[in-house]
Design a protein around this ligand. Sequence first.
Ligand code: PLP
Ligand code: ZN
Length: 422
Amino acid sequence: MTARFELGGLAGGMPRRGTVAAYRCATCATEVTIEAVHPFRCPAATLGDSHHVLHPVVVGPDPKPIEDPNPFVSYGRSLAWWAFARSHGMSEDDCIALTREVADGFHVTPGGPHDEVSLRVGAQVWVKDETGNVGGSHKARHLVGILLHLRAAEAVGLAPGPRPPLAIASCGNAAIAAATLAQRAGWPLQVFVPDTVSDSVAALLDGLGAQVNRCPRSPDLPPGDPAVLAFRAAVQAGAIPFSVQGPENGLCLDGGRTLGWEIAEAVEAPARVLVQVGGGALAACVGWGLGTAYRLDTVQTAGGAPLARAWARAGGMATQDLGAHWGELMTPWEDPHSLADGILDDETYDWQADVGVMRASGGRPIVVAEQDVVAAYEMTVEVGARVSPTGSAGLAALVAEARFGTARADEPVVVLFSGVQR
Ligand SMILES: Cc1ncc(COP(=O)(O)O)c(C=O)c1O
Ligand SMILES: [Zn+2]
Protein backbone atom coordinates (compact mmCIF):
# COMPACT_ATOMS: atom_id res chain seq x y z
CA MET A 1 0.00 0.00 0.00
CA THR A 2 1.32 3.48 -0.77
CA ALA A 3 1.40 5.92 2.12
CA ARG A 4 -1.05 8.83 2.05
CA PHE A 5 0.13 12.23 3.16
CA GLU A 6 -2.09 15.04 4.32
CA LEU A 7 -0.14 18.03 3.11
CA GLY A 8 -1.83 20.38 5.58
CA GLY A 9 -0.24 18.63 8.51
CA LEU A 10 2.92 17.74 6.57
CA ALA A 11 3.29 14.33 8.16
CA GLY A 12 6.91 13.30 8.63
CA GLY A 13 8.55 11.72 5.62
CA MET A 14 6.20 13.46 3.19
CA PRO A 15 7.27 13.10 -0.42
CA ARG A 16 8.20 16.47 -1.85
CA ARG A 17 6.27 15.80 -5.00
CA GLY A 18 4.58 12.38 -5.13
CA THR A 19 1.31 12.15 -7.04
CA VAL A 20 -2.10 13.54 -6.09
CA ALA A 21 -4.55 10.76 -5.19
CA ALA A 22 -7.53 12.82 -3.98
CA TYR A 23 -8.44 16.05 -2.22
CA ARG A 24 -9.35 16.44 1.42
CA CYS A 25 -10.96 19.35 3.25
CA ALA A 26 -8.61 20.83 5.87
CA THR A 27 -11.60 21.89 7.95
CA CYS A 28 -14.07 18.98 7.89
CA ALA A 29 -11.99 16.13 6.39
CA THR A 30 -14.48 15.49 3.57
CA GLU A 31 -12.71 13.66 0.73
CA VAL A 32 -13.19 14.31 -2.97
CA THR A 33 -11.98 11.82 -5.57
CA ILE A 34 -9.36 12.73 -8.16
CA GLU A 35 -11.91 11.95 -10.92
CA ALA A 36 -14.17 14.81 -9.74
CA VAL A 37 -14.89 17.51 -12.31
CA HIS A 38 -14.31 21.08 -11.08
CA PRO A 39 -13.38 20.16 -7.48
CA PHE A 40 -13.07 23.79 -6.50
CA ARG A 41 -14.75 23.83 -3.11
CA CYS A 42 -15.46 21.40 -0.30
CA PRO A 43 -18.83 19.79 -1.03
CA ALA A 44 -19.75 20.03 2.66
CA ALA A 45 -19.41 23.83 2.63
CA THR A 46 -22.79 25.49 2.46
CA LEU A 47 -23.38 28.48 0.20
CA GLY A 48 -21.57 31.47 1.67
CA ASP A 49 -19.35 29.38 3.97
CA SER A 50 -15.72 30.02 3.00
CA HIS A 51 -14.22 28.27 5.97
CA HIS A 52 -13.51 25.03 4.11
CA VAL A 53 -10.62 24.31 1.74
CA LEU A 54 -9.66 21.27 -0.32
CA HIS A 55 -6.00 20.28 -0.04
CA PRO A 56 -4.28 17.72 -2.28
CA VAL A 57 -3.69 14.29 -0.76
CA VAL A 58 -0.25 13.22 -1.97
CA VAL A 59 1.02 9.66 -2.19
CA GLY A 60 4.59 8.50 -2.70
CA PRO A 61 6.89 7.81 -4.37
CA ASP A 62 8.08 10.82 -6.38
CA PRO A 63 7.47 10.16 -10.08
CA LYS A 64 10.35 10.62 -12.48
CA PRO A 65 10.48 14.18 -13.83
CA ILE A 66 9.94 14.50 -17.59
CA GLU A 67 12.94 16.14 -19.21
CA ASP A 68 11.75 19.58 -20.29
CA PRO A 69 12.57 23.23 -19.50
CA ASN A 70 8.92 23.95 -18.63
CA PRO A 71 8.27 23.02 -14.96
CA PHE A 72 4.61 22.30 -15.74
CA VAL A 73 5.83 19.59 -18.10
CA SER A 74 8.78 18.34 -16.06
CA TYR A 75 6.78 18.10 -12.81
CA GLY A 76 3.49 17.37 -14.61
CA ARG A 77 3.13 13.86 -13.18
CA SER A 78 2.94 15.34 -9.67
CA LEU A 79 0.12 17.77 -10.45
CA ALA A 80 -3.54 17.23 -9.53
CA TRP A 81 -4.93 18.27 -12.92
CA TRP A 82 -2.67 15.67 -14.58
CA ALA A 83 -3.95 12.89 -12.29
CA PHE A 84 -7.51 14.02 -13.08
CA ALA A 85 -6.84 13.93 -16.83
CA ARG A 86 -5.14 10.52 -16.62
CA SER A 87 -8.05 9.12 -14.59
CA HIS A 88 -10.33 10.03 -17.50
CA GLY A 89 -8.18 8.36 -20.12
CA MET A 90 -5.95 11.17 -21.35
CA SER A 91 -2.53 9.81 -22.31
CA GLU A 92 0.72 11.32 -21.04
CA ASP A 93 1.38 12.63 -24.54
CA ASP A 94 -2.03 14.37 -24.48
CA CYS A 95 -1.19 15.88 -21.07
CA ILE A 96 2.15 17.13 -22.34
CA ALA A 97 0.57 18.62 -25.46
CA LEU A 98 -2.12 20.39 -23.42
CA THR A 99 0.52 21.73 -21.01
CA ARG A 100 2.60 23.08 -23.90
CA GLU A 101 -0.44 24.97 -25.13
CA VAL A 102 -1.95 26.24 -21.84
CA ALA A 103 1.27 26.71 -19.84
CA ASP A 104 3.36 28.08 -22.68
CA GLY A 105 6.05 30.48 -21.46
CA PHE A 106 6.66 28.97 -18.02
CA HIS A 107 10.28 28.16 -17.28
CA VAL A 108 12.43 27.50 -14.23
CA THR A 109 12.82 31.05 -12.95
CA PRO A 110 16.29 32.37 -12.11
CA GLY A 111 17.64 31.89 -8.62
CA GLY A 112 21.01 32.24 -6.96
CA PRO A 113 23.11 33.79 -4.24
CA HIS A 114 22.86 37.60 -4.21
CA ASP A 115 26.20 39.01 -3.04
CA GLU A 116 25.16 42.66 -2.80
CA VAL A 117 22.04 41.99 -0.76
CA SER A 118 23.92 39.44 1.36
CA LEU A 119 26.55 42.02 2.23
CA ARG A 120 23.96 44.61 3.16
CA VAL A 121 21.98 42.38 5.55
CA GLY A 122 24.84 40.23 6.86
CA ALA A 123 23.30 36.93 5.76
CA GLN A 124 23.77 34.37 2.96
CA VAL A 125 20.86 35.55 0.84
CA TRP A 126 19.65 33.48 -2.09
CA VAL A 127 17.08 35.19 -4.33
CA LYS A 128 14.45 33.32 -6.34
CA ASP A 129 13.30 35.81 -8.94
CA GLU A 130 9.72 35.45 -10.16
CA THR A 131 9.49 38.91 -11.73
CA GLY A 132 10.12 37.47 -15.21
CA ASN A 133 7.45 34.79 -14.89
CA VAL A 134 4.23 34.81 -16.93
CA GLY A 135 2.34 38.00 -15.94
CA GLY A 136 5.35 39.34 -13.96
CA SER A 137 4.91 37.31 -10.75
CA HIS A 138 4.50 33.81 -9.36
CA LYS A 139 0.70 34.16 -9.40
CA ALA A 140 0.24 32.51 -12.79
CA ARG A 141 1.64 29.28 -11.29
CA HIS A 142 -1.47 29.06 -9.07
CA LEU A 143 -3.85 29.89 -11.90
CA VAL A 144 -2.48 27.78 -14.72
CA GLY A 145 -3.22 24.60 -12.72
CA ILE A 146 -6.88 25.62 -12.59
CA LEU A 147 -6.89 26.40 -16.31
CA LEU A 148 -5.30 23.03 -17.11
CA HIS A 149 -8.05 21.27 -15.13
CA LEU A 150 -10.73 23.28 -16.97
CA ARG A 151 -9.22 22.49 -20.36
CA ALA A 152 -8.75 18.80 -19.51
CA ALA A 153 -12.40 18.55 -18.40
CA GLU A 154 -13.42 19.99 -21.77
CA ALA A 155 -11.05 17.68 -23.64
CA VAL A 156 -12.53 14.54 -22.07
CA GLY A 157 -16.09 15.74 -22.68
CA LEU A 158 -17.01 16.44 -19.06
CA ALA A 159 -17.59 20.18 -19.37
CA PRO A 160 -19.99 20.63 -22.26
CA GLY A 161 -21.92 23.79 -23.02
CA PRO A 162 -20.92 27.43 -23.21
CA ARG A 163 -17.99 28.48 -21.04
CA PRO A 164 -18.99 30.46 -17.94
CA PRO A 165 -16.73 33.48 -17.35
CA LEU A 166 -13.71 33.25 -15.07
CA ALA A 167 -13.72 35.52 -12.00
CA ILE A 168 -10.98 36.76 -9.66
CA ALA A 169 -10.65 39.25 -6.81
CA SER A 170 -7.23 40.89 -6.70
CA CYS A 171 -5.58 44.28 -6.55
CA GLY A 172 -2.69 43.57 -8.82
CA ASN A 173 -0.38 40.72 -9.63
CA ALA A 174 -2.94 37.92 -9.49
CA ALA A 175 -5.35 39.87 -11.68
CA ILE A 176 -2.62 40.57 -14.23
CA ALA A 177 -1.65 36.89 -14.27
CA ALA A 178 -5.30 35.87 -14.60
CA ALA A 179 -5.90 38.31 -17.44
CA THR A 180 -2.74 37.18 -19.24
CA LEU A 181 -3.76 33.51 -19.09
CA ALA A 182 -7.45 34.17 -19.83
CA GLN A 183 -6.65 36.27 -22.87
CA ARG A 184 -4.37 33.55 -24.19
CA ALA A 185 -7.08 30.94 -23.64
CA GLY A 186 -9.76 33.18 -25.19
CA TRP A 187 -11.79 32.84 -21.99
CA PRO A 188 -13.75 35.86 -20.65
CA LEU A 189 -12.58 37.16 -17.24
CA GLN A 190 -14.23 39.35 -14.62
CA VAL A 191 -11.79 41.05 -12.24
CA PHE A 192 -12.94 42.51 -8.92
CA VAL A 193 -10.54 45.14 -7.57
CA PRO A 194 -10.54 47.53 -4.61
CA ASP A 195 -11.27 51.10 -5.69
CA THR A 196 -7.72 51.97 -4.61
CA VAL A 197 -6.37 50.10 -7.64
CA SER A 198 -3.95 52.22 -9.64
CA ASP A 199 -5.10 53.59 -12.98
CA SER A 200 -2.13 51.95 -14.67
CA VAL A 201 -3.06 48.46 -13.39
CA ALA A 202 -6.72 49.03 -14.33
CA ALA A 203 -5.63 50.09 -17.83
CA LEU A 204 -3.33 47.10 -18.14
CA LEU A 205 -6.16 44.72 -17.17
CA ASP A 206 -8.50 46.44 -19.58
CA GLY A 207 -5.90 46.13 -22.33
CA LEU A 208 -5.67 42.39 -21.62
CA GLY A 209 -9.40 42.11 -22.28
CA ALA A 210 -10.59 41.69 -18.67
CA GLN A 211 -13.80 43.25 -17.42
CA VAL A 212 -12.68 45.40 -14.46
CA ASN A 213 -15.11 45.99 -11.56
CA ARG A 214 -14.08 48.49 -8.83
CA CYS A 215 -15.37 47.60 -5.35
CA PRO A 216 -15.25 50.41 -2.76
CA ARG A 217 -15.23 49.77 0.99
CA SER A 218 -18.51 50.71 2.64
CA PRO A 219 -19.90 50.61 6.18
CA ASP A 220 -23.00 48.97 4.71
CA LEU A 221 -21.04 45.85 3.66
CA PRO A 222 -20.20 42.95 5.98
CA PRO A 223 -16.59 42.88 7.28
CA GLY A 224 -13.89 41.64 4.92
CA ASP A 225 -12.53 42.65 1.54
CA PRO A 226 -15.31 44.14 -0.64
CA ALA A 227 -13.64 42.83 -3.81
CA VAL A 228 -13.76 39.30 -2.36
CA LEU A 229 -17.44 39.73 -1.47
CA ALA A 230 -18.26 40.86 -5.02
CA PHE A 231 -16.21 38.00 -6.46
CA ARG A 232 -18.16 35.48 -4.35
CA ALA A 233 -21.44 36.93 -5.64
CA ALA A 234 -20.20 36.47 -9.22
CA VAL A 235 -19.29 32.85 -8.50
CA GLN A 236 -22.71 32.24 -6.98
CA ALA A 237 -24.13 33.61 -10.22
CA GLY A 238 -22.20 30.98 -12.21
CA ALA A 239 -18.69 32.29 -12.81
CA ILE A 240 -15.69 29.97 -12.36
CA PRO A 241 -13.54 30.93 -9.35
CA PHE A 242 -10.22 31.71 -11.06
CA SER A 243 -8.84 32.45 -7.64
CA VAL A 244 -5.47 32.39 -5.90
CA GLN A 245 -7.16 31.67 -2.56
CA GLY A 246 -7.55 28.02 -1.59
CA PRO A 247 -11.01 28.28 0.01
CA GLU A 248 -12.39 29.77 -3.23
CA ASN A 249 -10.69 27.21 -5.44
CA GLY A 250 -8.45 24.55 -3.91
CA LEU A 251 -6.95 23.80 -7.33
CA CYS A 252 -4.86 27.00 -7.04
CA LEU A 253 -2.82 25.11 -4.44
CA ASP A 254 -1.69 22.62 -7.09
CA GLY A 255 0.55 24.46 -9.56
CA GLY A 256 2.02 26.78 -6.92
CA ARG A 257 3.99 23.83 -5.58
CA THR A 258 6.26 23.97 -8.65
CA LEU A 259 7.96 26.97 -7.02
CA GLY A 260 8.87 24.91 -3.94
CA TRP A 261 10.13 22.08 -6.15
CA GLU A 262 12.33 24.47 -8.14
CA ILE A 263 13.85 25.95 -4.97
CA ALA A 264 14.50 22.48 -3.52
CA GLU A 265 16.31 21.48 -6.75
CA ALA A 266 18.61 24.48 -6.45
CA VAL A 267 19.24 25.02 -2.73
CA GLU A 268 20.35 22.17 -0.53
CA ALA A 269 18.66 21.70 2.85
CA PRO A 270 18.98 22.77 5.59
CA ALA A 271 18.07 26.29 4.60
CA ARG A 272 15.62 28.91 5.69
CA VAL A 273 12.95 30.29 3.36
CA LEU A 274 11.15 33.59 3.95
CA VAL A 275 7.76 33.97 2.29
CA GLN A 276 5.73 37.19 2.28
CA VAL A 277 2.11 36.34 3.04
CA GLY A 278 -1.13 37.94 1.89
CA GLY A 279 -3.86 35.38 1.31
CA GLY A 280 -1.42 32.62 2.24
CA ALA A 281 -1.53 30.38 -0.85
CA LEU A 282 2.08 31.14 -1.78
CA ALA A 283 3.52 30.08 1.59
CA ALA A 284 1.32 26.95 1.61
CA CYS A 285 2.52 25.85 -1.83
CA VAL A 286 6.18 26.69 -1.27
CA GLY A 287 6.14 24.90 2.09
CA TRP A 288 4.47 21.80 0.66
CA GLY A 289 6.84 21.80 -2.31
CA LEU A 290 9.94 22.14 -0.15
CA GLY A 291 9.05 19.57 2.49
CA THR A 292 10.03 19.80 6.11
CA ALA A 293 13.83 20.04 5.75
CA TYR A 294 13.57 23.75 4.86
CA ARG A 295 12.50 26.05 7.68
CA LEU A 296 9.70 28.24 6.40
CA ASP A 297 9.09 31.58 8.09
CA THR A 298 6.17 33.70 6.92
CA VAL A 299 6.43 37.49 6.72
CA GLN A 300 3.60 39.99 7.20
CA THR A 301 3.74 43.72 7.94
CA ALA A 302 2.73 45.42 11.17
CA GLY A 303 -0.06 47.09 9.16
CA GLY A 304 -1.70 43.74 8.37
CA ALA A 305 -0.74 40.56 10.20
CA PRO A 306 -3.80 38.33 10.58
CA LEU A 307 -1.72 35.15 10.24
CA ALA A 308 0.64 35.99 13.12
CA ARG A 309 -2.40 36.89 15.24
CA ALA A 310 -4.16 33.61 14.44
CA TRP A 311 -0.93 31.67 15.13
CA ALA A 312 -0.75 33.24 18.59
CA ARG A 313 -4.44 32.65 19.27
CA ALA A 314 -4.18 29.01 18.17
CA GLY A 315 -1.46 28.18 20.69
CA GLY A 316 -0.97 24.42 20.66
CA MET A 317 -4.28 23.53 19.00
CA ALA A 318 -3.82 20.64 16.55
CA THR A 319 -3.57 21.79 12.92
CA GLN A 320 -6.52 19.65 11.83
CA ASP A 321 -8.72 21.33 14.48
CA LEU A 322 -7.99 24.90 13.37
CA GLY A 323 -10.72 25.01 10.75
CA ALA A 324 -13.46 24.29 13.29
CA HIS A 325 -12.33 27.44 15.14
CA TRP A 326 -11.83 29.65 12.07
CA GLY A 327 -14.25 32.37 13.20
CA GLU A 328 -12.44 32.85 16.53
CA LEU A 329 -8.85 32.48 15.33
CA MET A 330 -8.64 33.97 11.84
CA THR A 331 -10.52 37.25 11.90
CA PRO A 332 -10.38 40.11 9.37
CA TRP A 333 -7.70 42.74 10.09
CA GLU A 334 -9.17 46.18 10.52
CA ASP A 335 -7.79 48.88 8.25
CA PRO A 336 -4.82 47.05 6.72
CA HIS A 337 -2.11 49.42 5.44
CA SER A 338 1.49 49.18 4.21
CA LEU A 339 3.70 50.14 1.28
CA ALA A 340 3.58 46.37 0.55
CA ASP A 341 -0.02 46.76 -0.52
CA GLY A 342 -0.28 43.44 -2.36
CA ILE A 343 -0.18 41.48 0.90
CA LEU A 344 -2.86 43.43 2.73
CA ASP A 345 -5.52 40.74 2.54
CA ASP A 346 -7.97 41.20 5.42
CA GLU A 347 -7.72 37.51 6.19
CA THR A 348 -5.01 34.94 5.49
CA TYR A 349 -7.36 32.59 3.69
CA ASP A 350 -4.89 29.68 3.52
CA TRP A 351 -3.85 30.04 7.15
CA GLN A 352 -4.39 26.39 8.10
CA ALA A 353 -1.84 25.25 5.52
CA ASP A 354 0.51 28.11 6.48
CA VAL A 355 0.38 27.17 10.15
CA GLY A 356 0.90 23.53 9.10
CA VAL A 357 4.04 24.21 7.04
CA MET A 358 5.54 26.52 9.67
CA ARG A 359 4.94 24.05 12.48
CA ALA A 360 6.22 21.06 10.51
CA SER A 361 9.40 22.85 9.45
CA GLY A 362 10.19 24.63 12.73
CA GLY A 363 9.32 28.04 11.26
CA ARG A 364 7.32 30.95 12.66
CA PRO A 365 5.40 34.03 11.57
CA ILE A 366 7.45 37.24 11.44
CA VAL A 367 5.83 40.67 11.57
CA VAL A 368 8.00 43.45 10.17
CA ALA A 369 7.83 47.16 10.96
CA GLU A 370 6.90 49.47 8.11
CA GLN A 371 10.36 51.08 8.19
CA ASP A 372 11.87 47.69 7.29
CA VAL A 373 9.40 47.21 4.41
CA VAL A 374 10.47 50.58 3.05
CA ALA A 375 14.18 49.90 3.60
CA ALA A 376 13.94 46.49 1.88
CA TYR A 377 12.24 48.04 -1.13
CA GLU A 378 14.85 50.81 -1.30
CA MET A 379 17.57 48.19 -1.13
CA THR A 380 16.13 46.38 -4.14
CA VAL A 381 16.09 49.65 -6.07
CA GLU A 382 19.73 50.30 -5.11
CA VAL A 383 20.85 46.86 -6.27
CA GLY A 384 18.93 47.24 -9.52
CA ALA A 385 16.15 44.69 -8.97
CA ARG A 386 12.82 45.66 -10.47
CA VAL A 387 10.57 44.22 -7.78
CA SER A 388 7.52 45.74 -6.09
CA PRO A 389 7.47 46.58 -2.34
CA THR A 390 5.08 43.62 -1.93
CA GLY A 391 7.50 41.30 -3.64
CA SER A 392 10.45 42.44 -1.53
CA ALA A 393 8.58 42.17 1.79
CA GLY A 394 10.25 38.85 2.63
CA LEU A 395 13.60 40.63 2.49
CA ALA A 396 12.25 43.11 5.07
CA ALA A 397 12.58 40.38 7.70
CA LEU A 398 16.33 40.24 7.03
CA VAL A 399 16.59 44.02 7.07
CA ALA A 400 14.93 43.96 10.49
CA GLU A 401 17.29 41.25 11.75
CA ALA A 402 20.29 43.29 10.55
CA ARG A 403 18.89 46.32 12.42
CA PHE A 404 18.43 44.33 15.63
CA GLY A 405 21.83 42.61 15.28
CA THR A 406 20.26 39.15 15.09
CA ALA A 407 21.23 38.33 11.47
CA ARG A 408 22.76 34.87 11.03
CA ALA A 409 25.37 34.26 8.37
CA ASP A 410 25.73 30.51 8.94
CA GLU A 411 22.80 29.24 6.85
CA PRO A 412 21.44 30.10 3.41
CA VAL A 413 18.22 32.06 3.50
CA VAL A 414 15.97 32.17 0.45
CA VAL A 415 13.81 35.19 -0.37
CA LEU A 416 11.29 35.42 -3.20
CA PHE A 417 11.29 38.50 -5.42
CA SER A 418 7.91 38.51 -7.11
CA GLY A 419 5.76 41.11 -8.80
CA VAL A 420 7.73 43.22 -11.25
CA GLN A 421 7.73 46.93 -10.38
CA ARG A 422 5.66 48.53 -13.15
C1 PLP B 1 4.44 39.80 -5.28
C2 PLP B 1 3.67 39.02 -4.31
N1 PLP B 1 4.31 38.31 -3.38
C3 PLP B 1 3.62 37.59 -2.47
C4 PLP B 1 2.24 37.59 -2.45
C5 PLP B 1 1.57 36.79 -1.38
O1 PLP B 1 0.90 35.69 -1.88
P1 PLP B 1 -0.34 35.09 -1.12
O2 PLP B 1 -1.47 36.05 -1.30
O3 PLP B 1 -0.59 33.79 -1.77
O4 PLP B 1 0.04 34.98 0.31
C6 PLP B 1 1.54 38.33 -3.40
C7 PLP B 1 0.08 38.36 -3.48
O5 PLP B 1 -0.67 38.50 -2.61
C8 PLP B 1 2.26 39.07 -4.35
O6 PLP B 1 1.64 39.79 -5.26
ZN1 ZN C 1 -15.06 20.89 4.34
